[in-house]
Design a protein around this ligand. Structure first.
Ligand code: 5GP
Length: 192
């Protein structure tokens, strides 16, 4: 049996990555493999090539767009490219592994359109924009200007939530974890 696609998208600061890592680490029985995206932005902190992203130069990225290597790609946050490589996804699906995507809202809608009922799309949202602001400030990694930019982007991104199969509000982390597990477990186990 072929694998399925699980798509997670969210405005930044919604706690999406925490939920995704929790799901992968605590539920190996779901047979999830993370779709490692490609990006033209520089690595941050401890990020490793091939693990967090495939880091490409803007020229390499454009060449691979021209070759049709991407399932989807976007230009986000001031000219950086992000995209999902077809090769990453098809090889895993053919082996019966479920592929988990952590991508931006437009990419999420795009992948869902391509895979239809073979994909489950989940939109993770913060309880409110005010709480999102305090989470971004709490991280202490962004300048005030960057925070304002991210918040403006977040309110635009929230408008995409209706195009997802499910919306999970990440207020109490344990509740959001339980909800995400329930949704993914049901989808992965469902026969079609
Ligand atoms: P960051 O630079 O913080 O790692 O990611 C910035 C944004 O790019 C996040 O919203 C992330 O979900 C999104 N992103 C990461 N990989 C992909 C991808 O393959 N395709 C798309 N469309 N967005 C991605």
């Amino acid at each position: 049996m072929k694998g399925k696609c699980i798509i997670f998208s969210a405005p930044s600061g919604s706690g999406k990555s925490t939920l995704v890592h929790w799901l992968m680490d605590t539920h190996p029985e779901l047979r999830l493999a993370f779709s490692v995206s490609a990006t033209s932005r520089a690595p941050r902190g401890n990020e490793k090539d091939g693990v967090d992203y495939f880091f490409l130069s803007p020229e390499e990225f454009r060449e691979r767009i021209a070759k049709g290597d991407f399932l989807e790609y976007e230009e986000v946050y001031g000219g950086n490219f992000y995209g999902t490589l077809r090769s990453q996804v098809t090889a895993a699906l053919d082996k019966g592994i479920n592929v988990l995507f952590d991508i931006d809202v437009k990419g999420g809608v795009n992948v869902k359109k391509q895979f239809g009922n073979k994909a489950l799309s989940i939109f993770v949202c913060p309880p409110s924009l005010e709480i999102l602001r305090s989470r971004l400030e709490g991280r202490g990694t962004e300048t005030p200007e960057k925070i304002e930019m991210r918040l403006a982007k977040a309110s635009e991104e929230m408008t995409y939530s209706t195009q997802f199969d499910h919306v999970v509000v990440n207020d109490v982390l344990e509740d959001a974890e339980a909800e995400v597990f329930r949704l993914v477990h049901n989808f992965v186990c469902q026969k079609d």
